[in-house]
Design a protein around this ligand. Structure first.
Ligand code: IPE
Ligand code: IPE
Ligand code: MG
Length: 243
């Protein structure tokens, strides 16, 4: 383990649609190419020995897209996890999912069952924890956490003054996973788009001017080089410059 490397990288995989439009092919082909980048990126993470990767795959706002694109995206996700499961096990990759996956969510029972199967089958893997954010929104996640804490207060299991940042972290979908050290967004857009709002508090941000399907090991290396030059202060004054 290299202590100068981030332990948790989170990626906003953006630009699939524009990548495809530039080539005169369907947006869905861009997403299919994006799935290849996911495979490559997991391999790079294993090589680097970075233990946590979180990938933003479908936001709570992405339902606003054309029905054809939405169903195509979920079709690709199903194919990806069915085809990749044996590789993930071979590569010792534990898969987790974050987002609203309740039976009342808009996700189909088939994808919910597949996510559960992949989570269970890879639960004992230890080389990399790959978390996929599906039907995920930071505001939605915080809202659901507040609802569950309010419920605990109602039944007398929790008192309002007992709520701390740690209690809130533990009520989020990401409970048990350290916060991201580095958040990378591809495609040139410079915004979080509702990704890991609570967890991003002290993450370093890196914006890559490349579409997700074109994101290669060299781009990841560039993000890591930038990260190593950053001075993370967490609000403190570094000891070397303290007066
Ligand atoms: C990211 O690529 C994938 C998802 C949001 C599902 P986009 O589909 O947002 O691609 P652009 O931003 O339109 O190019
Ligand atoms: C963010 O990308 C969501 C994912 C990568 C899954 P979007 O393309 O949906 O974000 P906006 O609309 O450009 O902010
Ligand atoms: Mg986009």
């Amino acid at each position: 383990m290299n202590e100068h490397l981030p332990q948790h990288i989170a990626i906003i995989m953006d630009g699939n649609g524009r990548w495809a439009s530039k080539r005169g092919i369907s947006r869905l082909k861009g997403h299919a190419e994006g799935a290849e980048t996911v495979r490559r990126t997991c391999e790079e993470m294993l090589k680097l020995g970075i233990p946590y990767l979180t990938l933003y795959a479908f936001s709570t706002e992405n339902w606003k897209r054309a029905q054809e694109e939405v169903s195509g995206l979920f079709g690709l996700m199903k194919t990806y996890f069915r085809k990749e499961l044996s590789n993930l096990l071979k590569q010792n990759i534990r898969v987790r999912f974050i987002g609203d996956h309740s039976p009342t969510s808009r996700l189909e029972p088939e994808i919910l069952a597949l996510m559960q199967e992949v989570t269970q089958k890879t639960a004992a893997c230890t080389a990399l924890t790959a978390t996929f954010a599906i039907n995920y929104g930071g505001q939605d996640e915080i809202t659901r956490a507040v609802q569950s804490l309010a419920q605990q207060i109602t039944v007398g299991q929790l008192k309002p003054h007992e709520i701390t940042p740690d209690i809130i972290s533990g009520a989020l979908d990401t409970a048990g996973t350290p916060p991201p050290d580095l958040i990378i967004r591809t495609s040139g857009e410079q915004r979080l788009s509702n990704f890991l709002l609570w967890q991003a508090a002290y993450a370093e941000l890196y914006f890559a001017d490349v579409s997700w399907p074109d994101f290669q090991a060299t781009h990841l290396q560039a993000a890591l080089s930038a990260y190593t030059t950053r001075q993370r202060r967490f609000g403190a004054v570094p000891s070397t410059t303290a007066a």
